[in-house]
Design a protein around this ligand. Structure first.
Ligand SMILES: Cc1ncc(COP(=O)(O)O)c(C=O)c1O
Length: 417
């Protein structure tokens, strides 16, 4: 593009040339249709070029040197933190920790806050739709501390059953860890209600924003979240960088997660003193260049506009339901398309999810198949696997129509068998 040319209604044709990978053809000649952005998005030239620029012109280790180049690098790294702060409206940039991704961000909280604050009989409240990244660290914390994991179940249409909150939220609940958007169902969870109810019993709330930060506005002060985790690679940034937001007062009271260089104020033979925030939680050399690239991805997202992106994805999702329904034999997982994020997971009668994905791949269509790191959710739905098409700002209605046509072909192949 220029991202700035794409205003409120998203001008997809103007921004697609920013994504060189979308010109890819598979070895069989089929043009790539990328419907796997929930696993990892593609990134625009602006982000890719920022990585090259950083390595070619500005790169040195951060916070270490007293030399000019290290200052340049440090300034860019810290500017990226400032961009993340503005993007999610955090009160102070010290509340933003650069991690390697959502998984590490959640592990940081489960280890550091969890080990210091959980004890036998305390309760950790999760939901059945969580990604394994927001389950396993809590199961590990429970095993270490004697705390107990409890669950918010789902309604028949793939939402959280909030009628269970009266029972699940008690004075024993120490933390609620919940996803903002399900990576399978596309459900957009009512975070403000959950956070308010959790705070009423004195529990903290961690929001897994891996699937929402790339697509929906995120205001950590308005939502009153205690911790928020997300990944750069799902929001057009590079791999290897993620964010943990934590309220300053909480982060200050928490012990460091990893020990090493940069996270200390002083080290003596008999111990150490941790550094101030955010360095306390950024041990070792951080993902410097990836963080700078994430800052550029955020600029891009803001220039295009999250409102336009969300509406565009809604249109793609509505069309996807329509064309897949017309193909026949499809069971959709999750709420109605008008009400969910740009994620369409489904099963096809008589065809295994892996076969669906493999055959769609022959048409150049990249979708994901399997349990999508949500085995408890798939068990609750009574299935082992599903096929997932997930959309982003660069996808078109025409591509979605091709998904419908390809599924008709897939079903033909299986009818012949
Ligand atoms: C909802 C959700 N949480 C957490 C993760 C883990 O993210 P990462 O692999 O970037 O750490 C994902 C990735 O798919 C996700 O969809």
């Amino acid at each position: 593009m220029s991202a700035s040319r794409a205003t409120a209604a998203l001008d997809v044709e103007a921004l697609r040339p920013d994504f060189p990978i979308l010109d890819t053809r598979l070895p069989n000649g089929a043009p790539l249709i990328y419907f796997d952005s929930a696993a990892s998005s593609q990134r625009p030239r602006q982000v890719i070029q920022s990585l090259v620029d950083m390595y070619e012109k500005h790169y040195a280790n951060v916070h270490r040197g007293i030399h000019w180049l290290s200052d340049q690098s440090t300034n860019r790294y810290e500017e990226a933190r400032g961009r993340v702060q503005r993007f999610i409206n955090a009160a102070d940039s010290c509340e933003l920790i650069f991690t390697h991704g959502t998984t590490e961000s959640i592990n940081l909280v489960a280890r550091s806050w969890g080990d210091a604050n959980l004890g036998p009989g305390d309760e950790i409240l999760l939901t059945v739709m969580e990604h394994h990244s927001n389950i396993v660290p809590w199961q590990q914390a429970a095993a270490r501390t004697g705390a107990v994991v409890r669950w918010i179940p789902l309604t028949g249409d793939g939402r959280l059953d909030l009628s269970t909150l009266d029972d699940r939220l008690t004075e024993k609940t120490r933390i609620v860890a919940v996803t903002a958007v399900s990576n399978v169902l596309g459900t957009i969870n009512p975070l403000e209600t959950i956070i308010r109810r959790a705070h009423e019993v004195g529990a903290l709330v961690l929001v897994d924003a891996a699937q929402s930060a790339p697509h929906l506005p995120l205001d950590v002060q308005a939502m009153n979240a205690d911790f928020v985790a997300f990944s750069g690679h799902k929001m057009m940034g590079p791999t290897g960088v993620g964010v943990l937001y934590g309220r300053q007062v909480l982060l200050e009271r928490m012990p460091p997660f990893l020990g090493g260089g940069s996270m200390i104020r002083r080290v003596k033979l008999d111990g150490f003193e941790p550094a101030d925030l955010p360095a306390k939680f950024e041990a070792g050399t951080p993902p410097i260049v990836s963080a700078v690239g994430l800052g550029v991805a955020i600029d891009y997202l803001e220039q295009v506009g999250l409102a336009g992106i969300h509406e565009h994805e809604r249109q793609l999702t509505i069309r996807a339901h329509q064309v897949l329904r017309e193909a026949g034999g499809v069971r959709f997982l999750g709420p109605e398309p008008e009400e969910k994020a740009g994620i369409v997971s489904f099963t096809v009668e008589g065809v295994h999810a892996h076969d669906v994905a493999q055959l769609l791949d022959r048409h150049g269509i990249a979708v994901r198949a399997g349990h999508h790191c949500t085995m408890p959710l798939h068990k609750a739905l009574g299935i082992n696997a599903s096929t997932r098409a997930s959309f982003y700002l660069y996808n078109t209605l025409d591509e979605v129509d091709k998904l419908g046509e390809a599924l008709v072909q897939v079903k033909r192949v299986f009818r012949r068998k």
